[in-house]
Write a protein that binds this ligand. Structure first.
Ligand SMILES: Cc1cc2nc3c(=O)[nH]c(=O)nc-3n(C[C@H](O)[C@H](O)[C@H](O)COP(=O)(O)O)c2cc1C
Length: 324
């Protein structure tokens, strides 16, 4: 599998479920990644965890992302996800690659020595990557941050370790754990990694437009782009990026196209999760779809209290008319 010249939807727990991935692929994402899956929970045969790796039709190239800190348990999870051999059937289709989470900054995760906390133990990172790569019949990739904090930036060291231990590509979110999501991502870290390894390097952090993507490619010479928050409520960003990369002119969607897609997104969420949960989950997406629209703020206030699809339909239809 080739990880070069790809547009990738970043894994985002609580966001990148099937409806978001489906729309990202429709608008040009080449690769999508699941929400993060606990290797430990899979080890204890938790009933729901592995279903996060369920692949639906039209998902493009699919990566199943795991997190954990025990090499053997992560290797077993990699093998189970890659082969489908598990306590229950996870999916009709198997993933194309396994991604190891070495970037999550959340307290609950790092306090277990998982996610970005692994960056503090390069030797353990190497053992985990080696164990997963050996156990998995499909490629293994790694997603890291620049380092734990500004005094311990070690993305180049970790990237070299990843390459030496069988990783097929490395995604670099150009912030330390200490920085969480502030201030801006420093893309220099991506360039440093690109200069140090031969495996494809995936640049990540603060791509919110086609211009940002072009600038990241130019400044870092990374092989592929990974987009997270910039794709929430904006699957069109992949189309924009592809047009810009290919030097073609891009016409953004009209407001009515945007609201149509937002409504489709909600319908998918309701179909999959039932209306109550679907509507609740829809709110966090829909608010982003309405960003920058005239009277969007009032609409968002109403959307936050909407309890049915019909109510949301009325609010968005009204918004579309106001913005014609
Ligand atoms: C709500 C949210 C959930 C996230 N969940 C994950 C996750 O499950 N696994 C992971 O590797 N990164 C996760 N991330 C980090 C993103 O993949 C990405 O690295 C980060 O948002 C920076 O990229 P961006 O500036 O394009 O958003 C998450 C980010 C957000 C905002």
């Amino acid at each position: 599998m080739d990880f070069g010249n790809k547009l990738i939807l970043a894994p985002m727990a609580g966001f990148t479920d099937h409806p978001m991935r489906h729309l990202a692929v429709r608008y040009g994402a080449d690769i999508v990644v699941s929400e993060m899956i606990s290797a430990k929970a899979m080890h204890f045969k938790d009933k729901k965890t592995a279903t996060l790796a369920r692949i639906y039709e039209g998902e493009g190239i699919f990566g199943a992302q795991i997190f954990g800190h025990e090499a053997d348990i992560m290797a077993n999870a990699s093998r189970s996800l890659a082969t489908g051999e598990y306590e229950y059937k996870i999916s009709d289709t198997l993933p194309d690659f396994i991604d190891i989470n070495m970037g999550c900054p959340v307290k609950k995760i790092v306090s277990n020595g998982e996610g970005s906390a692994l960056l503090r133990s390069p030797e353990l990172c190497g053992r985990i990557i080696r164990a997963c790569a050996d156990a998995s019949p499909i490629p293994v990739t790694v997603k890291i941050r620049a380092g734990w904090d500004r005094d311990s930036v070690n993305c180049v060291e970790i990237a070299k370790i990843a390459e030496a231990n069988g990783a097929s590509a490395i995604a670099v979110h150009a912030r330390t754990r200490e920085q969480m999501y502030e201030p801006y991502a420093d893309w220099k870290y991506i360039r440093d990694v690109k200069n140090a390894v031969s495996i494809p390097v995936i640049g990540n952090g603060d791509i919110f437009s086609g211009d940002d993507g072009i600038r990241m490619l130019e400044e870092t010479e990374c092989d592929s782009l990974m987009i997270g928050r910039g794709a929430i409520g904006n699957p069109f960003i992949f189309d924009e990026l592809r047009h810009r990369i290919e030097g073609k002119s891009y016409t953004p969607p009209t407001v009515s196209e945007k609201t149509e897609v937002a409504l489709e997104h909600i319908r998918m969420l309701c179909e999959e999760k039932g209306e109550e949960i679907g509507i609740r989950e829809a709110r966090k997406h829909i608010c982003h779809y309405t960003k920058g629209l005239k009277t969007g703020a009032q609409a968002r206030q109403r959307l936050n209290f909407a309890t049915s699809y019909e109510e949301i339909y009325d609010i968005l239809s009204h918004l579309a008319k106001e913005n014609q």
